[in-house]
Design a protein around this ligand. Structure first.
Ligand code: ADP
Ligand code: MG
Length: 213
C-alpha cells in the first residue's frame, strides 16, 4: 500500500519543476503560435518558486495540506500570466482535499488530482473542448478516478491519467480556442496544440513518476 508523506510531496514539486524546465522552450514556442510566447517562462517561474518554498519546509513537522497551500501561494506570487491563479487554485483545492491527513493513501492521491482539476475548472470556467489546459486536466482526473474505482493501484491509475492527458492535449489541435488569450485568434487557433494543455501533460506525467513508485 502506497503512502505519500510530506517529503514525497516535496519531491513531487522537484520532479515537476525539473520536467517543466526541460520543457520550457517547447512550451514558449507553442504559446508563441497562439498566445504571447511566455507560457514556458511562466510555468518555470511558478514551479521553481513552489519547489523552493516546499523544499524549505520541515517535512517532518508539516502536513501535506500545509505544503500544498504553500505551493499555491508561491506559485501565485511568482506568476503574472493566467496560469498563475489557475495552478494556485489547483494546489489550494488539492490541499483542501487532503486536509488533516499526515500522509496520503492511493485514494487520497487520486482525490488530490481530481480536486486540482476541479479547481482549475472552477477558477477558469473552461469546459472541455474550449482548447485550454482543462482538455488535458479533466480527462486525466476522470481516468484516474475510473482506474482506481476499477481496483487498479496508484501507478496504473496515474498512468491512465497521463495517457488521457496526452490524448486530450493532442485533441486541442482540432479545437478553436474559446477561453484565454488564444480565443482572440478564433479559427486561426485551429491546427495548433494549446500550450497549457501541453504543459499539463508534463505536470501530470511528473506527478505520475514521482508518486507511483
Ligand atoms: P497568458 O495567456 O496570460 O500568457 P500563459 O501563457 O501562462 O498565460 O497560459 C496560457 C494557457 O492558459 C493557455 O494555453 C490555456 O491552456 C490556459 N488558460 C487560459 N485561460 C484559461 C481558462 N479560462 N481556463 C483554463 N485554462 C486557461
Ligand atoms: Mg502566454
Amino acid at each position: 500500500m502506497t503512502t505519500i508523506d510530506t517529503a514525497r510531496l516535496a519531491g513531487m514539486f522537484t520532479a515537476i519543476a525539473d520536467a517543466i524546465s526541460t520543457d520550457k522552450d517547447r512550451l514558449c514556442a507553442l504559446d508563441g503560435v497562439i498566445g504571447d510566447a511566455d507560457h514556458g517562462i511562466a510555468m518555470e517561474l511558478g514551479f521553481s518558486a513552489a519547489r523552493d518554498a516546499v523544499t524549505a519546509l520541515d517535512a517532518g513537522a508539516t502536513e501535506p495540506s500545509t505544503l500544498l497551500n504553500m505551493a499555491a501561494k508561491s506559485f501565485l506570487n511568482a506568476v503574472g500570466a493566467s496560469s498563475g491563479p489557475l495552478y494556485a487554485t489547483a494546489f489550494m483545492r488539492g490541499a483542501a482535499a487532503v486536509k488533516g491527513k499526515t500522509a496520503l493513501d492511493e485514494a487520497d492521491a487520486v482525490a488530490m488530482l481530481q480536486a486540482m482539476a476541479k479547481g482549475i475548472q472552477d477558477r477558469g470556467k473552461a469546459e472541455v473542448g474550449e482548447k485550454t489546459m482543462i482538455d488535458a486536466w479533466a480527462p486525466a482526473a476522470e481516468a484516474a478516478g475510473e482506474a482506481l474505482a476499477a481496483g487498479k493501484g496508484l501507478a496504473v491509475s496515474l498512468e491512465a491519467a497521463a495517457d488521457a492527458a496526452r490524448t486530450g492535449a493532442e485533441a486541442t489541435k482540432t479545437m478553436i480556442a474559446a477561453k484565454g488569450r488564444a480565443s482572440r485568434l478564433g479559427e486561426r487557433s485551429l491546427g495548433h496544440m494549446d500550450p497549457g494543455a501541453a504543459s499539463a501533460v508534463t505536470v501530470i506525467d511528473a506527478i505520475r513518476k514521482s508518486l507511483a513508485e
